[in-house]
Write a protein that binds this ligand. Structure first.
Ligand SMILES: CC(C)(COP(=O)(O)OP(=O)(O)OC[C@H]1O[C@@H](n2cnc3c(N)ncnc32)[C@H](O)[C@@H]1OP(=O)(O)O)[C@@H](O)C(=O)NCCC(=O)NCCS
Length: 259
């Protein structure tokens, strides 16, 4: 059925969390760096991760006025036995009309050491036994917070101060629904807004997603950054490509535009 982009509402977090209750563990819209810092293989691992990750996202939707949280739904056929459209992808775009404020923005995404700060944002039926296992042994909390704090701290070096801009952060399509064009719809939504306002759009891309953003006209700013995860127990690097879409430049170069 046709895919449609809509604003994500607070009540949608129930469905996003419930994705972890069926299908393959991890077939949900939990975004990076969670798959690296908090890999899941069992149902209960996936359920706890979804409940915690989306409570942070729900807090952000409720408390951060810069957020434009979007979903892609797969519209149900007429006569289908459920009314609810499936959410197959989400994106969190932000608009900073006065420019990105490094000091205000730096701590939103940090995972807490205990479950307490997340509780007000949990969906109601999250069980006590699930919650008492936070943080679980498969969650490398220090690694999670290291990646995000490095990403955020570096913004002061490449996102200009006091200049209006758009920023894309949480983009994820459920693995079972990838390659259907959902992420493209979400990227285009923000690029249309940025073009309309004649303001640049920024993001940090991981290794897999970078070519996708390049197709949309994003260009890397500066060097590719490689965070060494050795100190956190992983023999790996986490790549971050700082990317910018400049509507004015795209128009003058005859590149794709999005109005
Ligand atoms: C990256 C991600 C959001 C793409 O979602 P998607 O809904 O499958 O993307 P789309 O179907 O809109 O595909 C967009 C384009 O990228 C291409 N593409 C998608 N996934 C790709 C992949 N893994 N490798 C290469 N190309 C890919 C598609 O072919 C399409 O190109 P086309 O328009 O020329 O055909 C999804 O793979 C995902 O959720 N990954 C994990 C989270 C993540 O990495 N988020 C981005 C953080 S920076």
């Amino acid at each position: 059925m046709p895919l449609q982009v809509l604003p994500l509402s607070v009540s949608d977090f129930e469905q996003l969390v419930h994705h972890a209750d069926f299908g393959e563990p991890g077939d949900d819209c939990v975004a990076p760096p969670n798959p690296v810092a908090w890999p899941v293989t069992t149902r209960s691992e996936a359920q706890l991760r979804a409940r915690c990750a989306f409570s942070l996202q729900k807090r952000r939707l409720l408390c951060d006025p810069t957020v434009h949280f979007l979903k892609v739904v797969d519209k149900k056929e007429a006569g289908s036995n459920t009314d609810e459209d499936d959410i197959i992808a989400v994106a969190r775009w932000h608009h900073y009309p006065q420019g990105y404020e490094y000091n205000l923005e730096a701590t939103w995404e940090m995972a807490p050491e205990t479950i307490t700060p997340l509780l007000p944002y949990m969906i109601d039926e999250t069980s006590d036994s699930l919650l008492s296992s936070y943080p679980p042994p498969n969650f490398n909390l220090a690694l999670h917070n290291y990646i995000l704090s490095e990403r955020d701290a570096f913004r002061s070096q490449w996102i200009p101060q006091q200049k209006p801009c758009w920023l894309l952060m949480h983009l994820a399509t459920r693995p079972s629904n990838r390659m259907r064009g959902a992420a493209s719809l979400l990227i285009r939504w923000g690029l249309a807004k940025a073009t309309e306002a004649n303001e640049p759009a920024y993001l940090e891309a991981g290794a897999t997603a970078r070519p996708i953003y390049e197709k949309f006209g994003f260009k890397q700013v500066g060097e590719l950054r490689k965070l060494d995860l050795g100190f956190y127990g992983l023999d790996a690097y986490f790549e971050l490509s700082n990317m910018k879409y400049n509507p004015q430049e795209a128009i003058s170069n005859g590149e794709p535009t999005y109005l």
